[in-house]
Design a protein around this ligand. Structure first.
Ligand SMILES: [Fe+2]
Length: 259
Protein backbone atom coordinates (compact mmCIF):
# COMPACT_ATOMS: atom_id res chain seq x y z
CA UNK A 1 0.00 0.00 0.00
CA UNK A 2 1.45 3.38 -1.00
CA UNK A 3 1.87 6.19 1.51
CA UNK A 4 -0.97 8.07 -0.16
CA UNK A 5 -3.28 5.06 0.02
CA UNK A 6 -2.41 4.50 3.66
CA UNK A 7 -2.87 8.20 4.50
CA UNK A 8 -6.21 8.20 2.71
CA UNK A 9 -7.32 5.12 4.59
CA UNK A 10 -6.57 6.85 7.88
CA UNK A 11 -7.95 10.23 6.77
CA UNK A 12 -11.19 8.67 5.60
CA UNK A 13 -12.17 7.51 9.07
CA UNK A 14 -15.13 9.30 10.64
CA UNK A 15 -14.82 13.01 11.15
CA UNK A 16 -12.97 13.57 7.91
CA UNK A 17 -14.78 15.86 5.51
CA UNK A 18 -12.64 15.44 2.39
CA UNK A 19 -13.87 13.63 -0.67
CA UNK A 20 -11.42 11.21 -2.28
CA UNK A 21 -11.03 13.66 -5.17
CA UNK A 22 -10.36 16.57 -2.84
CA UNK A 23 -7.87 14.47 -0.85
CA UNK A 24 -5.90 13.62 -3.99
CA UNK A 25 -6.03 17.31 -4.86
CA UNK A 26 -4.54 18.27 -1.52
CA UNK A 27 -1.74 15.70 -1.89
CA UNK A 28 -1.02 16.82 -5.47
CA UNK A 29 -1.12 20.47 -4.51
CA UNK A 30 1.20 19.93 -1.54
CA UNK A 31 3.65 18.13 -3.82
CA UNK A 32 3.38 20.94 -6.34
CA UNK A 33 4.05 23.58 -3.72
CA UNK A 34 7.20 21.74 -2.67
CA UNK A 35 8.41 21.61 -6.25
CA UNK A 36 7.61 25.19 -7.21
CA UNK A 37 8.66 26.72 -3.88
CA UNK A 38 7.35 29.74 -1.99
CA UNK A 39 7.18 31.94 -5.10
CA UNK A 40 4.12 29.95 -6.12
CA UNK A 41 2.21 31.63 -3.30
CA UNK A 42 2.78 34.99 -4.96
CA UNK A 43 0.96 33.70 -8.01
CA UNK A 44 -2.65 34.86 -7.85
CA UNK A 45 -4.00 31.64 -9.37
CA UNK A 46 -2.25 29.45 -6.81
CA UNK A 47 -3.43 31.66 -3.95
CA UNK A 48 -7.00 31.19 -5.17
CA UNK A 49 -6.44 27.44 -5.25
CA UNK A 50 -5.18 27.56 -1.68
CA UNK A 51 -8.27 29.44 -0.56
CA UNK A 52 -10.60 27.00 -2.28
CA UNK A 53 -9.08 24.10 -0.36
CA UNK A 54 -10.37 25.24 3.03
CA UNK A 55 -12.75 22.59 4.32
CA UNK A 56 -15.99 24.08 5.56
CA UNK A 57 -17.04 21.74 8.34
CA UNK A 58 -20.69 21.08 9.00
CA UNK A 59 -21.98 19.90 12.36
CA UNK A 60 -23.10 16.28 12.32
CA UNK A 61 -26.60 15.40 13.45
CA UNK A 62 -26.46 13.51 16.74
CA UNK A 63 -30.13 14.01 17.64
CA UNK A 64 -30.80 10.29 17.13
CA UNK A 65 -28.22 9.41 19.78
CA UNK A 66 -30.36 11.03 22.47
CA UNK A 67 -33.35 8.79 21.84
CA UNK A 68 -33.71 6.13 24.47
CA UNK A 69 -30.33 6.79 26.05
CA UNK A 70 -30.45 5.71 29.68
CA UNK A 71 -28.12 7.53 32.05
CA UNK A 72 -27.72 10.76 30.09
CA UNK A 73 -30.88 12.85 29.72
CA UNK A 74 -32.03 14.35 26.43
CA UNK A 75 -31.67 17.85 27.94
CA UNK A 76 -28.09 17.12 29.05
CA UNK A 77 -27.21 15.74 25.64
CA UNK A 78 -28.96 18.50 23.69
CA UNK A 79 -27.06 21.23 25.51
CA UNK A 80 -23.82 19.33 25.06
CA UNK A 81 -24.47 18.98 21.32
CA UNK A 82 -25.03 22.74 21.22
CA UNK A 83 -21.52 23.25 22.60
CA UNK A 84 -20.14 20.92 19.93
CA UNK A 85 -21.87 22.90 17.19
CA UNK A 86 -20.14 25.99 18.52
CA UNK A 87 -16.75 24.32 18.03
CA UNK A 88 -17.60 23.57 14.42
CA UNK A 89 -18.36 27.26 13.79
CA UNK A 90 -15.23 28.39 15.63
CA UNK A 91 -13.06 25.96 13.67
CA UNK A 92 -14.39 27.31 10.37
CA UNK A 93 -13.89 30.90 11.50
CA UNK A 94 -10.30 30.25 12.63
CA UNK A 95 -9.42 28.47 9.40
CA UNK A 96 -10.79 31.29 7.29
CA UNK A 97 -9.04 33.92 9.37
CA UNK A 98 -5.72 32.10 9.14
CA UNK A 99 -5.97 31.58 5.40
CA UNK A 100 -6.74 35.26 4.97
CA UNK A 101 -3.64 36.17 6.97
CA UNK A 102 -1.38 33.67 5.24
CA UNK A 103 -2.40 34.76 1.76
CA UNK A 104 -2.35 38.50 2.49
CA UNK A 105 -0.14 40.72 0.35
CA UNK A 106 1.35 42.39 3.39
CA UNK A 107 3.22 40.87 6.31
CA UNK A 108 1.04 40.17 9.33
CA UNK A 109 1.70 40.39 13.04
CA UNK A 110 2.92 37.09 14.48
CA UNK A 111 0.70 37.55 17.53
CA UNK A 112 -2.37 37.53 15.27
CA UNK A 113 -1.49 34.29 13.55
CA UNK A 114 -0.40 32.69 16.83
CA UNK A 115 -3.69 33.51 18.49
CA UNK A 116 -5.73 32.23 15.56
CA UNK A 117 -3.58 29.11 15.19
CA UNK A 118 -4.09 28.17 18.83
CA UNK A 119 -7.82 28.78 18.53
CA UNK A 120 -7.88 26.61 15.41
CA UNK A 121 -6.28 23.66 17.20
CA UNK A 122 -8.48 24.05 20.28
CA UNK A 123 -11.71 24.24 18.27
CA UNK A 124 -10.78 21.52 15.78
CA UNK A 125 -9.85 19.10 18.54
CA UNK A 126 -13.03 20.08 20.40
CA UNK A 127 -15.06 19.29 17.31
CA UNK A 128 -13.41 15.94 16.60
CA UNK A 129 -13.34 14.70 20.19
CA UNK A 130 -17.05 15.47 20.62
CA UNK A 131 -17.88 13.67 17.38
CA UNK A 132 -16.10 10.53 18.60
CA UNK A 133 -17.83 10.85 21.99
CA UNK A 134 -21.39 11.27 20.66
CA UNK A 135 -20.99 8.67 17.90
CA UNK A 136 -19.69 6.22 20.52
CA UNK A 137 -22.88 6.29 22.63
CA UNK A 138 -25.77 3.88 22.24
CA UNK A 139 -29.08 3.13 23.92
CA UNK A 140 -28.56 -0.55 23.12
CA UNK A 141 -26.42 -2.31 25.70
CA UNK A 142 -23.40 -3.87 24.04
CA UNK A 143 -20.24 -5.64 25.13
CA UNK A 144 -16.75 -5.89 23.63
CA UNK A 145 -16.57 -8.80 21.19
CA UNK A 146 -14.32 -10.32 18.53
CA UNK A 147 -11.01 -8.58 17.89
CA UNK A 148 -11.89 -5.77 20.34
CA UNK A 149 -12.30 -8.27 23.16
CA UNK A 150 -9.01 -9.90 22.09
CA UNK A 151 -7.18 -6.56 22.23
CA UNK A 152 -8.58 -5.76 25.67
CA UNK A 153 -7.54 -9.21 26.87
CA UNK A 154 -4.02 -9.15 25.39
CA UNK A 155 -3.12 -5.55 26.03
CA UNK A 156 -5.13 -4.59 29.12
CA UNK A 157 -5.66 -7.75 31.15
CA UNK A 158 -9.29 -8.26 30.14
CA UNK A 159 -12.55 -6.35 29.85
CA UNK A 160 -13.04 -5.88 33.60
CA UNK A 161 -9.58 -4.37 34.10
CA UNK A 162 -10.05 -2.17 31.04
CA UNK A 163 -13.24 -0.73 32.56
CA UNK A 164 -11.48 -0.28 35.89
CA UNK A 165 -8.76 1.75 34.17
CA UNK A 166 -11.32 3.79 32.25
CA UNK A 167 -13.24 4.74 35.39
CA UNK A 168 -10.07 5.53 37.35
CA UNK A 169 -8.74 7.78 34.60
CA UNK A 170 -12.17 9.33 34.18
CA UNK A 171 -12.05 10.43 37.81
CA UNK A 172 -8.51 11.78 37.43
CA UNK A 173 -8.81 13.61 34.10
CA UNK A 174 -9.83 17.24 33.69
CA UNK A 175 -11.07 17.06 30.11
CA UNK A 176 -10.94 13.80 28.21
CA UNK A 177 -9.96 10.17 28.41
CA UNK A 178 -9.00 8.79 25.02
CA UNK A 179 -8.44 5.09 24.44
CA UNK A 180 -6.73 4.87 21.09
CA UNK A 181 -4.46 3.05 18.71
CA UNK A 182 -0.94 4.43 18.64
CA UNK A 183 0.29 4.29 15.04
CA UNK A 184 3.92 4.29 16.16
CA UNK A 185 3.82 1.06 18.13
CA UNK A 186 0.63 -0.50 16.75
CA UNK A 187 -0.85 -0.95 20.23
CA UNK A 188 -3.71 0.56 22.21
CA UNK A 189 -3.22 2.95 25.11
CA UNK A 190 -5.19 5.25 27.39
CA UNK A 191 -4.41 8.97 27.16
CA UNK A 192 -5.65 11.78 29.40
CA UNK A 193 -6.19 15.33 28.15
CA UNK A 194 -6.66 18.30 30.44
CA UNK A 195 -8.21 20.30 27.58
CA UNK A 196 -8.96 19.75 23.90
CA UNK A 197 -5.47 20.92 22.98
CA UNK A 198 -3.55 19.97 26.10
CA UNK A 199 -1.58 16.71 26.14
CA UNK A 200 -3.18 15.48 22.90
CA UNK A 201 -0.98 12.67 21.58
CA UNK A 202 0.05 12.68 17.92
CA UNK A 203 -0.41 9.66 15.63
CA UNK A 204 -3.14 8.17 17.79
CA UNK A 205 -6.48 7.07 16.33
CA UNK A 206 -9.28 7.42 18.93
CA UNK A 207 -11.34 4.30 19.61
CA UNK A 208 -13.20 5.22 22.82
CA UNK A 209 -13.52 8.89 23.76
CA UNK A 210 -14.89 9.89 27.17
CA UNK A 211 -15.79 13.51 27.97
CA UNK A 212 -15.33 14.30 31.67
CA UNK A 213 -15.80 18.06 31.53
CA UNK A 214 -18.49 19.12 34.03
CA UNK A 215 -20.70 20.25 31.14
CA UNK A 216 -21.00 16.60 30.09
CA UNK A 217 -22.83 15.54 33.27
CA UNK A 218 -23.62 18.51 35.57
CA UNK A 219 -27.31 18.75 34.60
CA UNK A 220 -27.91 15.07 35.38
CA UNK A 221 -25.46 14.36 38.16
CA UNK A 222 -24.35 17.65 39.69
CA UNK A 223 -20.79 17.16 40.91
CA UNK A 224 -21.13 13.36 41.17
CA UNK A 225 -18.76 12.44 38.38
CA UNK A 226 -18.53 8.84 39.59
CA UNK A 227 -22.23 8.28 38.90
CA UNK A 228 -21.83 9.73 35.41
CA UNK A 229 -18.86 7.45 34.72
CA UNK A 230 -20.82 4.40 35.86
CA UNK A 231 -23.63 5.40 33.50
CA UNK A 232 -21.23 6.07 30.62
CA UNK A 233 -19.66 2.64 31.00
CA UNK A 234 -23.07 1.14 30.12
CA UNK A 235 -23.49 3.35 27.06
CA UNK A 236 -20.35 2.60 25.04
CA UNK A 237 -21.23 1.47 21.55
CA UNK A 238 -18.84 -1.43 21.08
CA UNK A 239 -20.03 -1.97 17.51
CA UNK A 240 -18.72 1.50 16.70
CA UNK A 241 -15.42 0.71 18.44
CA UNK A 242 -15.13 -2.47 16.38
CA UNK A 243 -15.84 -0.53 13.18
CA UNK A 244 -13.16 2.02 14.08
CA UNK A 245 -10.61 -0.76 14.59
CA UNK A 246 -11.62 -2.58 11.43
CA UNK A 247 -10.84 0.52 9.36
CA UNK A 248 -7.23 0.18 10.42
CA UNK A 249 -4.68 -2.41 9.48
CA UNK A 250 -1.92 -4.13 11.36
CA UNK A 251 -3.49 -3.63 14.79
CA UNK A 252 -1.24 -5.12 17.44
CA UNK A 253 1.22 -6.40 14.87
CA UNK A 254 3.93 -3.86 15.49
CA UNK A 255 4.80 -0.37 14.38
CA UNK A 256 2.92 0.86 11.34
CA UNK A 257 4.14 4.44 11.18
CA UNK A 258 7.89 4.36 11.28
CA UNK A 259 9.48 7.62 10.12
FE1 LIG B 1 -17.94 18.22 25.98
Amino acid sequence: MSLEQRAWKIASTEGNMLSRRAFVGVVASAAGALITGPNALADGRNVDNQRSMITEYKAKDFSEVAKGLKGISSNQLAQHIGLYEGYVKKTNAAQKGLRKLHTADKAFASTSTRDLSLRQTYSLNGMILHEYYFAGLTAERSVPAGNVADILEKEHGGVQKWFQALISLGKAARGWVVFGLNLRDGHTHFYVLDAHDMYSPLLVIPLVVLDVYEHAYMIDYGTNRGAYLDAYAQLINWSVVTARINRLEHVSTGRIWTD
